[in-house]
Write a protein that binds this ligand. Structure first.
Ligand code: NAD
Ligand code: TYD
Length: 383
C-alpha cells in the first residue's frame, strides 16, 4: 500500500449520500489531505473555500485530478474567498449548497501568531463567526430531509487545553487553558461553534487533534524545517532545552479520524485525536538526523548541526492526547507508528525538494526564525 495512504472504511458509505462537501482551508496541509481523500475515495463534489495564503498550494490536489482524468475535473471547485469577508463567504456557501462542511481554514503557526496575532483573531475567530452565520442561513433553507443529514465539522487543536506537566493526557473533559495567540484564537472558535449548537441548534461536531506531520506540510513547522536545514547543512534550531513534548500523528491517520467524526460523530460532541506518538523535540530532531545519515550520508553526522536557540515565548511544555472516546465510540485508531510515518515523510521531502523551494519562494519565507519579535537578545544570538 502507498505509505501516504490509509484506508478509511468505505468512505462513500460513511458519507451516506452526502454529495456536496464544502471544505474550508482545503489548499492547506491537512485540508489538502482531506480533499485528496474525498476525490480519490468517493464520488462527492468538493467546494474548497480558501483565501490562498502563503500556506496554500494546490499541486497535490491537481495531481489527484490529473490521475483521475477529465471526468473528475468538475469534482473540485476552488472558491477563493477570505472567511473575514462575510458577504463573499455567504455567496460561496450558497454556491456550494453543501450536505457537509469541514472547517479547517485557520492561521495555524504558533510562531507567526506571536509575531502578528491580529491575523489569527481575524481568520480563526471572526472567520469562524462568519462561517457559522452563513451556515445557519444555509441550514434554515434546507429541506427537512437534507437537514437530517447536514453537519458542520469544526477541526481544532489540542493546544486549546494548554500545557501538561510530566504526567496526564488531554481528553474531552479537560478544561480549556490556551496560552498562545494561536491556541487562544482556536479556543475562541471552538466556543463559538459550541454556542451556535446550543443556541441555534446547528448540528456540529468538533475535533481536537495533536501535532500532524507528513507530505505537503508547509516548511515552517518543526519536522520540515529540520529536514530542510539538515539537507542544506545549516544549523538546526532546537528551542530551549529541547525537552518539550508533542504527540505526533501522521496526517493520513488524522484524515481517517476526521472523516469518521464528520459523518458518525455525535452532534454537539467533541473528540480528541492522537495516536500515542509522544516525543521530545530533541528525540524528533535526532530521529530525523539519523534517517538522513542513512539516506544521504555526509562527512559528519547530521546531528552535529543541532543548535539550541533561545526558547519560544510562552512555550507549552507538553501535549498528549487520550483518544479513548474516538477509539471506543467510532472505532478509530492510528495506523502509522511514528517511526514509519517519519521515514516516509523524510523520504517525501527529499524527493520533493523543488516543491519546498517553490512554496517558500512564493511565500517569501526562507526558513528564518519566527516568533521572536521584541526578543532583542535572541535576535542577536541568531544573527
Ligand atoms: P495550514 O496553515 O497548512 O492551512 C490552512 C489553510 O487555511 C491555508 O490554505 C489558508 O490559506 C487557509 N486560511 C487561513 N485563513 C483563512 C481565511 N481567513 N479564509 C480562507 N482561508 C483561510 O494549516 P493546517 O496545518 O492544514 O491546519 C488545518 C486546521 O487543522 C487548522 O484549523 C488547525 O488549527 C488544525 N490543526 C492543525 C494541526 C497541525 O499540526 N497542523 C493539528 C491539529 C489541528
Ligand atoms: P511547531 O511545528 O511549530 O508546532 P506547535 O508549536 O504547534 O507544537 O513546533 C513543534 C515543537 O517544536 C514546538 O515545541 C516548538 C519546537 N520547534 C523547534 O524546536 N524548532 C523549530 O525550528 C520549530 C519550528 C519548532
Amino acid at each position: 500500500m502507498d505509505p501516504q495512504q490509509t484506508t478509511t472504511p468505505e468512505l462513500s458509505e460513511l458519507l451516506e449520500g452526502r454529495q456536496r462537501i464544502l471544505v474550508t482551508g482545503g489548499a492547506g496541509f491537512i485540508g489538502g489531505a482531506v480533499v485528496r481523500r474525498l476525490l480519490r475515495e468517493s464520488t462527492a463534489t468538493v467546494f474548497n473555500v480558501d483565501k490562498m495564503s502563503y500556506a496554500s498550494d494546490l499541486s497535490s490536489i491537481e495531481g489527484v485530478l490529473k490521475e483521475a482524468g477529465q471526468a473528475s475535473e468538475d469534482r473540485h471547485h476552488l472558491l477563493k474567498v477570505d472567511l473575514t469577508d462575510a458577504e463573499a463567504l455567504a455567496a460561496a456557501v450558497r454556491q456550494a449548497d453543501p450536505d457537509l462542511v469541514m472547517h479547517l481554514a485557520a492561521e495555524s503557526h504558533v510562531d507567526r501568531s506571536i509575531e502578528g496575532p491580529g491575523d489569527f483573531i481575524a481568520s480563526n475567530v471572526t472567520g469562524t463567526f462568519h462561517l457559522l452565520q452563513a451556515i445557519r442561513g444555509h441550514w434554515d433553507r434546507l429541506s427537512d430531509e437534507r437537514k437530517k443529514q447536514f453537519r458542520l465539522h469544526h477541526i481544532s487543536t489540542d493546544e486549546v487545553f494548554g500545557s501538561l506537566g510530566d504526567v496526564g493526557r488531554f481528553s474531552e473533559t479537560t478544561p480549556y487553558d490556551p496560552r498562545s495567540p494561536y491556541s487562544a484564537s482556536k479556543a475562541a472558535s471552538d466556543h463559538l461553534v459550541s454556542a451556535w449548537h446550543h443556541t441555534y441548534g446547528l448540528p456540529v461536531v468538533l475535533t481536537n487533534c495533536s501535532n500532524n506531520y507528513g507530505p505537503w506540510q508547509f516548511p515552517e513547522k518543526l519536522i520540515p524545517v529540520v529536514i530542510l536545514k539538515a539537507v542544506a547543512g545549516e544549523p538546526i534550531p532546537l528551542y530551549g532545552d529541547g525537552a518539550n513534548v508533542r504527540d505526533w500523528l501522521y496526517v493520513e491517520d488524522h484524515v481517517d479520524a476526521l472523516l469518521l467524526a464528520a459523518t458518525k460523530g455525535g452532534l454537539g460532541h467533541s473528540y480528541c485525536i492522537g495516536g500515542y506518538g509522544e516525543r521530545t523535540n530533541k528525540q524528533v530532531v535526532e530521529a530525523i538526523c539519523h534517517l538522513l545519515d542513512k539516506l544521504i550520508p555526509s562527512k559528519s553526522a547530521h546531528s552535529s548541526l543541532i543548535t539550541p536557540v533561545t526558547d519560544r515565548p510562552g512555550h507549552d511544555r507538553r501535549y498528549a492526547i487520550d483518544p479513548t472516546k474516538i477509539s471506543e465510540e467510532l472505532g478509530w485508531t492510528s495506523s502509522h507508528s511514528f517511526e514509519k510515518g517519519l521515514k516516509s515523510t523524510v523520504k517525501w521531502f527529499l524527493k520533493n525538494h523543488s516543491w519546498c523551494k517553490k512554496v517558500r519562494e512564493r511565500a517569501n519565507y526562507q526558513g528564518s526564525r519566527l516568533g521572536i519579535a521584541g526578543h532583542g537578545l535572541l535576535q542577536a544570538q541568531n544573527s
